[in-house]
Design a protein around this ligand. Structure first.
Ligand code: UDP
Length: 321
């Protein structure tokens, strides 16, 4: 298959490109390099089955051209990272809403199957034991950037679902929970690359809030395998799937593990949310996915534990020091 990946130079997208190429597919990566990085795909450039297209999903002509040449679309281009969303809300909304509309419109024009990556942010403040795909969303005011982001992702989901329902477009929706691994940048807020960078420099590790909030971190390699399986499964169309780990850890404990694994002397420092983000910022207290649906359909199962993931990120960042 020739496959288009929007946001193809991003962290998850570049791992997906590696995986698809290893499995005999051709990949066209579309990226405007706003947050994606050339270095993520540098090793693929010049390969016979890889094409990099510098362009934006906001440009309908570019999207038309690349979608028209591919048999499947992984739509991963999006504004990501809580810092980015808080600091550039308009740009984030345009990318996430208008960009997705253009991608779905073109996929529908050519009848090309599409998988869109949504986010666990969809569930907002719902802190259930295990978030199931049908669970309620609990959101604050849409005037707060974080909830605006959640709304934008919900619109992506509604668009994909409605194209499937009304037009028969084969569309799969995936809600990604915290996905981590090498090539993820800390520049937009992601906690693991930030903690590792701080630990390696023996600088204070900045835990936002009191550190009791929990997350589950899944290795990117486990996620991309599931993305590839889902887009090929006819029973996935018109449905939404959670993907993520259910191994829950508090952010305070995460800081301790990173410090331990890095052999660092960093102190662990608490930073108030309003200092880290903005006045009135609300964090999710916990976020644990129920991934039964993806397990039952495509055998999804995380295989890389938290310490191993952290070691891989430490290894990568140590090389760059
Ligand atoms: N976080 C932190 N220090 C940082 C960056 C993030 O304590 O330097 C916290 C953040 O407030 C959140 C958790 O780590 O509670 C995960 O943050 P991330 O941005 O990686 O993902 P998300 O908030 O989307 O789950």
């Amino acid at each position: 298959m020739r496959v288009l990946i929007t946001g193809g130079a991003g962290f998850i997208a570049s791992h997906l490109a590696d995986y698809l190429l290893e499995n005999g597919h051709s990949v066209v990566a579309l990226d405007d390099l706003s947050t994606g990085r050339h270095s993520n795909v540098e090793h693929l450039l010049g390969g016979p089955n890889f094409e990099f297209v510098l362009g934006s999903i906001l440009n309908p002509d570019v999207v038309d051209d690349v979608v028209g040449r591919c048999e499947a679309v992984f739509h991963l281009a999006a504004a990501v990272g809580v810092h980015l969303i808080v600091n550039h809300p308009l740009r984030s909304l345009a990318t996430n809403i208008r960009g997705s509309e253009i991608v779905f419109e073109k996929a529908n024009k050519y009848g090309t199957r599409v998988l869109v990556t949504s986010s666990s942010e969809i569930y907002g403040k719902n802190r259930s034991d295990r978030l199931h795909e049908d669970d309620d969303r609990i959101l604050g005011s849409p005037l707060k950037s974080r909830w605006a982001y959640s709304e934008a992702k919900a619109i992506d989901e509604i668009l994909a679902y409605t194209y499937w329902k009304e037009k028969g477009l084969p569309a799969v929706i995936v809600r990604l929970f915290n996905t981590v691994g090498p090539r993820q940048t800390g520049a937009y807020g992601m906690v693991i690359p930030r903690f590792v960078a701080q630990a390696l420099r023996n600088e204070p590790i900045t835990v936002y809030g009191d550190g009791t909030q929990t997350r589950c971190f899944c290795y990117v390699g486990d996620i991309v395998r599931a993305l590839a399986a889902l887009i090929e499964h006819p029973d996935a169309y018109g449905r939404v799937f959670n993907l993520g780990s259910d191994d829950e850890v508090s952010v305070q404990r995460l800081a301790e593990i990173v410090r331990e694994e890095a052999g660092s002397h960093s102190e662990i420092q608490n930073v108030a949310y309003e200092v880290a983000y903005e006045e009135g910022f609300e964090d999710m207290a916990r976020r644990v996915p129920d991934t039964t649906r993806a397990r039952e359909l495509v055998g999804f199962k995380p295989t890389v534990g938290l310490r191993e993931i952290i070691r891989l990120v430490i290894e990568e960042q140590s090389l760059a020091l």
